[in-house]
Design a protein around this ligand. Structure first.
Ligand SMILES: Nc1ncnc2c1ncn2[C@@H]1O[C@H](COP(=O)(O)OP(=O)(O)O)[C@@H](O)[C@H]1O
Ligand SMILES: [Mg+2]
Length: 424
């Protein structure tokens, strides 16, 4: 089978690495990929945003299945365009991708279907939004409706801060069209966890849970980033809570989309808060998390290509999926300054010194003419280690981080630190 993978992050490198293990795979193309995918696949000079280019290339290379990594091409309707041409895809059609591309749509949908979430109201008028904030007893979370690359949710400590957030999004249009509609949400307290599931729109196969770290610095300090590390599984999550999430959030949402005429095919990833009153959905993503994919996929024992093909062809129920009980820890190495300004073009050394079995997934990397690898983005690499226990996986990941060097490298020291994974 020929596969075209769309995207260029460490998530896509992890997907490419796992797809490579499939005996069913013949050609693997990545658009545009990075220096890591170049070593195991054919990178194409094609941006993920170039939907026409992706469709044309899929035809030209006789691609059987397109696997879409990032959310933007899904929100823009890439899968619908491929379908018109008879090309199978792993990833939702535009109507189902709205679960991520419109927070107002997602919240309305799950409210209609009684799926547990934070209380909320949606506004298209700034005055109405301000009046609502003034009437609240507590400071809320203010969210842009549309895609905002992780910058669209403003967790407020005071109502004044919430008023400013409303103004930033709706008057200053700091996020453009994404913030013209806002969702104002009850602020919840608890622990966050990422649920992922394969689904063909009807059958649902949950993946192991994972936790990510959004803030730039240790102790959850500093600005939000795309994600600085992750681990799986979270020992603090008990089985009844896991079952509740599968049944009442993930499966219920798949059913809701199906019933409303927008069946979801691909990876559905609800972001959750586990509160004292039980789990609540904070948001839904329509693709794998990055960095969650980097710690989930190494635990997959089954053939990823077979699963993706089954999802695209409404046959997920026929596939048995097995997971390793090993723990997995991923530490992101970023460019100094990220998520704000940073420099690129620094040579990366030590990649070959990493222990066998430890995975280094590339994100912002580029290959020089002489074959050497240099930094080319904010998040540069994810170093991933597995082991029977989380503590051992963590020690192994950090031991190998020490082998890799590039100028102004920054990473968090507290990914999967014992205190954060404690059972409370
Ligand atoms: N209702 C809420 N209560 C408390 N924190 C929240 C709430 N909603 C979101 N957050 C925090 O904001 C982060 C980002 O919000 P999210 O809805 O996931 O949007 P996005 O990932 O699109 O930025 C969450 O990971 C969580 O830490
Ligand atoms: Mg989120």
């Amino acid at each position: 089978m020929n596969v075209l993978l769309v995207g260029s992050g460490a998530r896509e490198h992890a997907l490419a690495w796992k797809l490579r293990q499939s005996p069913k795979l013949t050609g693997l193309f990545v658009a545009p990929g990075n220096a890591g995918t170049a070593a195991i696949a054919a990178n194409l000079d094609l941006k993920a945003a170039d939907l026409d280019g992706v469709c044309r290339t899929a035809r030209d290379h006789r691609v059987d299945l397109v696997i879409v990594g990032p959310e933007q091409p899904l929100a823009d309707g890439l899968v619908d365009r491929l379908a018109v041409q008879g090309i199978a895809a792993f990833g939702p059609a535009q109507a189902a991708a709205r679960i991520e591309s419109s927070k107002a749509f997602a919240k309305d949908l799950i409210r209609r279907h009684n799926i547990p979430t934070a209380a909320f109201a949606t506004f298209m008028s700034r005055l109405d939004a301000r009046n609502y904030v003034l009437g609240l007893a507590d400071a809320p979370v203010v969210k842009a409706d549309g895609l905002a690359a992780g910058k669209g949710a403003i967790v407020c400590d005071t109502r004044d801060e919430a008023l400013r957030a409303v103004d930033t999004l709706m008057a200053d249009e700091a996020l453009g069209a994404a913030g013209r509609t806002v969702v104002i949400e009850e602020k919840l307290a608890g622990r966050e966890v990422s649920a992922h599931a394969f689904t063909d729109g009807v059958a649902v196969a949950p993946m192991p849970f994972a936790c990510d770290y959004k803030r730039a610095r240790d102790g959850d300090q500093g600005p939000n980033t795309g994600g600085m590390g992750a681990y799986s599984p979270p020992a603090w999550l008990d089985e009844p809570t896991e079952r509740f999430i599968h049944q009442h959030i993930t499966e219920a949402t798949v059913q809701a989309l199906f019933q409303e005429g927008a069946p979801f095919r691909g990876c559905l990833y609800p972001g959750l808060m586990v509160t004292d009153a039980g789990p609540r959905a904070l948001e839904f993503n329509c693709r794998f998390g990055d960095p969650e994919a980097q710690v989930i996929l190494p635990r997959l024992k089954s053939d990823l290509l077979e699963i993706c093909w089954a999802v695209a062809n409404n046959r997920l129920g026929d596939v048995a999926i097995e997971w390793s009980t090993d723990a997995c820890v991923g530490v992101v190495l970023a460019s100094g300054g990220y998520p704000d300004d940073y420099e690129t073009g620094f040579p990366i050394s030590g990649l070959a010194a990493v222990e066998p079995g430890v995975l280094v997934f590339h994100a912002g990397t580029a290959l020089a003419d002489d074959g050497s690898v240099a930094t080319a983005g904010g998040r540069v690499l994810t170093v991933v280690a597995t082991a029977p226990t989380l503590a051992d996986a963590r020690a192994r990941a950090y031991r190998n981080v020490q082998h890799i060097h590039f100028s102004r490298c920054h990473y968090r020291r507290d990914i999967a630190a014992p205190a954060q994974n404690a059972i409370q």
